[in-house]
Design a protein around this ligand. Structure first.
Ligand SMILES: *[C@@H]1O[C@H](CO)[C@@H](O)[C@H](O)[C@H]1NC(C)=O
Ligand SMILES: *[C@@H]1O[C@H](CO)[C@@H](O)[C@H](O)[C@H]1NC(C)=O
Ligand SMILES: *[C@@H]1O[C@H](CO)[C@@H](O)[C@H](O)[C@H]1NC(C)=O
Ligand SMILES: *[C@@H]1O[C@H](CO)[C@@H](O)[C@H](O)[C@H]1NC(C)=O
Ligand SMILES: *[C@@H]1O[C@H](CO)[C@@H](O)[C@H](O)[C@H]1NC(C)=O
Ligand SMILES: CC(=O)N[C@H]1CO[C@H](CO)[C@@H](O)[C@@H]1O
Length: 906
């Protein structure tokens, strides 16, 4: 019934256009009533797609042919691209995003054909050609395809320009030397149009099918679409969203950007990696990584399908076969690098704020924490410690006692970390400024295309930006750090503003009008321009233009910083970076940016933390109690409880807000915060061991429930609870004014961590008591977790005695492990300077898998066993009777300083 559907279309179209401009409305109505038969523009001589061909494409499978923003897509504009124009029946799209596209590729839209395929040592190579140009400039009409069967679980695909080399991301990835012998995947190539279909051999599940939409490969517009195997997709950072992404026309734009975390906006980091569950709830999962650093849009649509739309580089991607979610992450991290083993104090409690105002005021906070005996390992300062906001200086009056404070921290087993921004003042402060003068002398700064130094504006005012893609800059950075360290013996670095952020767009003199500055297509970047709040895209760096290198800035600064710290201190480096890129975990951790003191921000921090664990940056956390705006006591207590389970725990506050360190609150609140921090310290041996697993196997530390229960579809969307490792489940309170919390318990036996009370769940939601001073923790059956007696700082080498907590499974068994070393030496695992102990309960044994002098420092003092159904008559430790207590299914045992290096059994 054509007239009827035309009316519907008119109404929905009209409602969009009225918002925009009355004139357009009239024009459009005219086109709708008299559809034009013109052929489109471009070089194509094809006729317009048949209306029937357009009509058969279901809305969920319409791939956007007109993604440009700020344009009202009319039939004329759309048909000029030879695409189908059908105003969607549902609500109209905001221009370019978040709705069913009205203009989409018809079936048979011109794309590449595969004209020849030959076998190679590692897989296959092929040639792709196309004859019809697209509507973007500089189509590359002949492409080379390479399929690399790198391992049984990893396929790599590269599509390049055989006639000219294009920018490739300068991070080291492994080189396969022989073809996988029994791959878990099969690859089918479609010739006409060209497409790649990747299936899981064991189940036949289709993991990738790129024939769903045309491939684009122009100089500054590369686009690849694929079906997704399910709606369950994770990763794709850095964005503020739920842990599970929404696939309803959700465009995730990637381009490093300084902005307080907001939905639907590109944020500080760029991670073109996703984890997706296979279809059908079988629990199998796979991953996909596009190794590309250019500005891009990633579009999720309900097909389910995905589109990668990037404006440079090459198409170079990996598919990881898992088969379970955890192995997908391990396989991804094999490519980009496992995270570094953190120095032990990185896992303590960090306290910071912007605007302490003086070193004495900072010091007073530390002293107060000591008086209250609240755990604190690290004190930080934000930029107010600097002299006139200049890097590598400190305020000679307000912060005159900074060096003394740092020495005092050291004498109390505490550490000091301060902020650095990459912008180096280009204005000569009185007395000269070595970092700038020397930087200029060595040529370390990013330039304009004409060779002059690019000047932007950040904290101190006019600034130049070091080019960390150049080793000369790394050396200069080291020299600056060393000179400053001679005055203030800091222990770690907080690198901020490294998107890099600038308060003027491009530079103080603007940017040239070039293809790099004004590409034919700009992804949905906040501000609409590549240079918005950063440097000119055309700016010159050693490795390549800023257009290609922009989103790598934080990674390369972190690399320079970690290298310098290791060299200077001879210990593991502690670096926390705001901007991140794949492989970041090798050099730094990350905090989730300038979050607000809102309950919602506390909730979304869990998704942020879990996502970064998937991305290989497990040392992550949000600003506890919130950064901007005034926090409230109840929020701060709940946030400290949750924050005690961030792998990285820092309380950080903005300038002009009231203090939010624990002693700043009422005695009851302060005591609740103290309890949760002591709890965290007591779990240090577990946390440290989990980081060891992350470092050596690419495991997650803070872990989504779905990783442990991948067959339970009810866990797929959970981001209000999480696990540490495989056994310790955290169920924080995320709402104001409640004294209970509802949590999901996957099927099995769980024990209350504090009491040992058991819960046998069928896979159900349970309501748990949660008074203000309590955070719910549950131990899954079958675990042995090492804990230690807490203290106000984390002593590693001296070692607090251990207390082992075992949660017996139905059959009475349990197991766990401990990794232990001196906590700070570089590469202890790689050089065999560590102890690794495995605990197995049946009769409890501990077996020293790897012995080292470190093992003799730690002793087991006590042990608890949850789930002992019958009161034992006798308990023996190493064939001696041991004192024990039995209460409600729980045995508590004194082991009396048993050395771990001597095996014992009960
Ligand atoms: C495949 O081999 C044929 C025959 O040697 C050659 O003509 C063709 O160029 C090769 N194609 C590719 C993509 O290497
Ligand atoms: C791949 O997608 C195309 C286009 O939608 C479809 O015709 C084809 O059946 C798909 N192939 C597989 C194996 O799913
Ligand atoms: C900081 O404290 C020290 C020791 O109490 C004192 O001597 C010094 O004057 C104080 N400095 C400032 C800037 O207040
Ligand atoms: C920027 O210009 C300076 C001075 O000419 C030069 O030494 C330096 O190598 C240039 N930097 C880059 C990244 O091209
Ligand atoms: C904490 O460490 C201090 C200093 O080493 C020690 O004196 C104190 O006994 C420890 N406290 C506990 C509870 O272990
Ligand atoms: C609590 C909150 O909003 N967390 C967000 C803070 O910002 C990061 C991005 O930097 C998001 O990933 C978090 O979700």
């Amino acid at each position: 019934r054509p007239s009827c559907s035309a009316t519907t279309a008119l109404i929905s179209l009209g409602s969009l256009l009225l918002l925009v401009c009355g004139l357009w409305l009239l024009v459009t109505i005219f086109w709708l009533q008299a559809p034009s038969n013109r052929t489109g523009g471009g070089d194509g001589s094809r006729a317009l797609p048949e209306p029937q061909a357009c009509g058969v494409v279901p809305e969920a499978w319409r791939f956007d042919c007109y993604p440009e923003r700020g344009v009202v897509v009319t039939r004329e504009l759309c048909e000029a691209r030879n695409c189908c124009f059908i105003p969607a029946s549902s609500s109209p799209p905001a221009p370019g995003r978040n709705g069913v596209p009205w203009c989409f590729y018809p079936p048979g839209f011109p794309s590449y054909s595969l004209v020849s395929v030959n076998a190679t040592d590692l897989g296959q190579t092929g040639t792709l050609v196309k004859t019809v140009k697209t509507y973007y400039p500089k189509d590359i009409l002949t492409l080379q395809l390479e399929l690399l069967y790198e391992t049984d679980n990893r396929l790599r695909v590269r599509i390049t320009d055989p006639s000219e080399s294009r920018f490739e991301v300068p991070i080291a990835v492994p080189k396969a030397t022989e073809k996988a012998s029994s791959p878990a995947y099969s690859v089918e190539l479609s010739n006409e149009p060209f497409g790649i279909i990747v299936k899981r051999t064991s189940t036949g599940a289709v993991l990738l099918n790129t024939t769903v939409a045309p491939l684009f490969y122009c100089d500054q517009f590369l686009q690849l679409s694929s079906s997704l195997s399910s709606q369950y997709i994770y990763g794709l950072g850095e964005h503020r969203s739920s842990f599970l992404h929404d696939i309803h026309w959700n465009t995730l734009t990637m381009w490093a950007r300084d902005v307080a975390p907001t939905e639907l906006t590109n944020l500080y980091g760029v991670h073109p990696f996703y984890l997706a569950m296979d279809e059908g709830g079988t629990g199998t999962a796979h991953g996909f990584f596009l190794l590309n650093s250019n500005a891009m849009d990633v579009v999720l649509q309900p097909g389910p399908a995905i589109t990668w739309r990037t404006i440079g580089g090459i198409l170079d991607f990996y598919v990881f076969l898992g088969p379970d979610p955890a192995s997908v992450i391990g396989q991804y991290l094999e490519v980009v690098g496992y995270p570094a083993m953190p120095v032990y104090w990185a896992l303590g409690y960090h306290l910071c704020r912007w605007g302490y105002g003086s070193s004495n005021a900072t010091w007073d906070v530390v002293k107060n924490m000591r008086n209250y005996r609240i755990p604190q390992d690290v004190q930080w300062n934000d930029i107010d410690y600097m002299d006139r906001s200049l890097d590598f200086t400190f305020d000679p009056t307000a912060f005159s006692t900074l060096p003394d404070m740092v020495k005092d921290l050291h004498s109390h087993g505490q550490r000091y970390v301060m902020i650095l921004d990459p912008g180096i003042s280009s204005v000569q402060p009185e007395g000269g400024y070595w970092p700038y003068d020397e930087g200029l002398r060595r040529g370390v700064f990013i330039n304009h295309t004409d060779g002059s130094t690019l000047i932007g504006k950040v904290w101190p005012g006019l600034t130049s930006f070091p080019d960390f893609s150049d080793d000369v800059t790394h050396e200069w950075w080291y020299d600056n750090l060393k000179r400053f360290h001679d005055k203030v013996p800091f222990d770690g670095l907080w690198i901020d503003m490294n998107e890099p952020s600038s308060f003027v767009d491009g530079s103080t003199v603007g940017c040239p009008d070039t293809e790099l500055e004004n590409p034919p297509y700009t992804p949905g970047i906040l501000g609409g321009l590549l240079r918005a709040k950063t440097l000119c895209a055309s700016a010159v760096q050693k490795t390549s233009s800023h257009y290609n290198m922009h989103s790598l800035y934080g990674l390369l600064e972190a690399k320079a910083s970690a290298r310098a710290l290791k060299r200077m201190l001879g210990k593991r480096a502690f670096v926390i970076s705001r901007s991140t890129f794949p492989s970041q975990g090798q050099y730094s951790g990350h905090w989730l940016g300038d979050n607000r003191s809102h309950w919602k921000d506390m909730y979304t921090s869990i998704a942020g933390m879990l996502t970064f664990n998937l991305l290989g940056v497990p040392l992550v956390g949000a600003d506890v109690c919130g950064f901007s705006e005034q926090t409230e006591e109840e929020l701060c207590v709940r946030w400290t409880q949750l924050g005690a389970f961030y792998p990285f725990t820092r309380n950080h506050n903005s300038i002009d807000q009231k203090p939010q360190d624990p002693p700043a609150f009422s005695p009851a609140a302060c005591s609740a915060m103290k309890q949760s921090l002591l709890l965290r310290s007591s779990l240090f041996p577990l946390l440290y061991t989990l980081f060891h697993r992350a470092h050596t196997h690419g495991h997650t530390v803070a872990r989504p429930l779905l990783f442990e229960f991948p067959k339970d579809v009810r866990t797929y969307g959970i981001d209000r609870q999480f696990l540490w490792g495989k056994s310790l489940m955290v169920t924080p309170v995320l709402d104001p004014g409640v004294d209970y919390v509802v949590g999901y318990f996957p099927q099995g036996l769980w024990y209350d961590y504090y009491t040992g009370d058991s819960i046998r769940s069928k896979g159900e939601e349970l309501r748990l008591k949660a008074p203000l001073e309590h955070i719910n923790l549950h131990l899954r059956e079958g675990a042995v977790i090492p804990t230690q007696r807490p203290n106000t700082t984390l002593f590693v080498s001296s070692g607090q005695p251990l207390h082992l907590v075992s949660s017996l499974s139905e059959d009475g068994s349990a197991g766990g492990e401990l990794f232990w070393d001196d906590g700070e030496s570089i590469d202890t695992f790689e050089t065999d300077q560590y102890a690794h102990v495995v605990f197995t309960v049946n009769t409890m044994t501990s077996e020293v898998l790897h012995d080292h002098v470190e093992a003799s420092y730690i002793t087991v003092e006590t042990a608890s066993f949850y789930g002992v159904k019958v009161e034992p008559t006798r308990v023996m430790v190493n064939s001696h009777d041991a004192a024990f207590t039995y209460r409600a299914n729980q045995v508590r045992l004194g082991v009396r300083s048993q050395r771990l290096s001597q095996p014992y059994s009960q």
